[in-house]
Design a protein around this ligand. Structure first.
Ligand SMILES: [Zn+2]
Length: 210
């Protein structure tokens, strides 16, 4: 894909997410690795519903702006994930309703905020570690994500929202949607006795792809 194709893909996927309620206002950000090694990212405060392909931010691995509008300050934690996870080529960060609600719960398992109950969650995301609450923009968010990045595909920032990676931008968006739907199911199932997947069932799914 050319850089122009990737720009248009980011705009159309963001619009699709906006129209289906995964992003509201100027919250959330997207990034992807460009063929030249720089990164394409959503500008600061930009609504997913009104992105313009030619205005997207291009930054280098240090976060220096190469072209376009100023990138979101949250792109700093995207870059730290890219540094630590060579297989990651795209990142989605949302303040989506159900995952953000989940991120505000008091009794989350820090190693895995969603105990598996569907195979799709296991195959697409696997595990959802929690980063303790930090003020948005604090450099420690990037540090904590960087430490977990080599071992995980998605992360939950406490009292904030999810960060999801992918092999390309479509994969990252699909993973984000699967994760949001899983969180929604979790709330729907609240107070119902759930048959969780057993350890053997989870192990049987690992490495099976999507
Ligand atoms: Zn955020």
């Amino acid at each position: 894909m050319t850089e122009q194709d990737l720009r248009e893909k980011m705009v159309s996927l963001a619009l699709s997410m906006f129209q289906r309620g995964y992003a509201t206002g100027g919250a959330g950000n997207l990034s992807l690795k460009l063929p030249d090694g720089n990164f394409l990212a959503t500008p600061t405060g930009a609504s997913f519903g009104r992105l313009v392909a030619d205005e997207l931010s291009v930054v280098d691995i240090n976060g220096t702006l190469i072209s376009g509008k100023r990138a979101s300050k949250e792109v700093a934690f995207h870059l730290e994930i890219y540094r630590n996870s060579p297989d990651c080529n795209a990142i989605v960060h949302l303040h989506s309703t159900y995952l953000t609600a989940l991120s505000c719960l008091e009794t989350l398992d820090p190693d895995n905020a969603i105990r598996p109950f569907t195979p799709y969650y296991v195959m697409r995301v696997g595990q959802l570690p929690v980063i303790p609450y930090l003020r948005p923009g604090e450099p420690r968010i990037a540090e904590e994500l960087g430490k977990l990045a080599p071992h995980h595909r998605a992360f939950l920032l406490a009292n904030h929202g999810p960060v999801i990676t992918g092999s390309d931008i479509e994969d990252a968006v699909d993973n984000a949607e699967e994760l949001e739907e899983t969180a929604k199911l979790m709330f729907i199932l609240n107070n119902h006795p759930v048959r969780y997947l057993t350890h053997a069932e989870v192990d049987d799914l690992k490495g099976r792809g999507k």
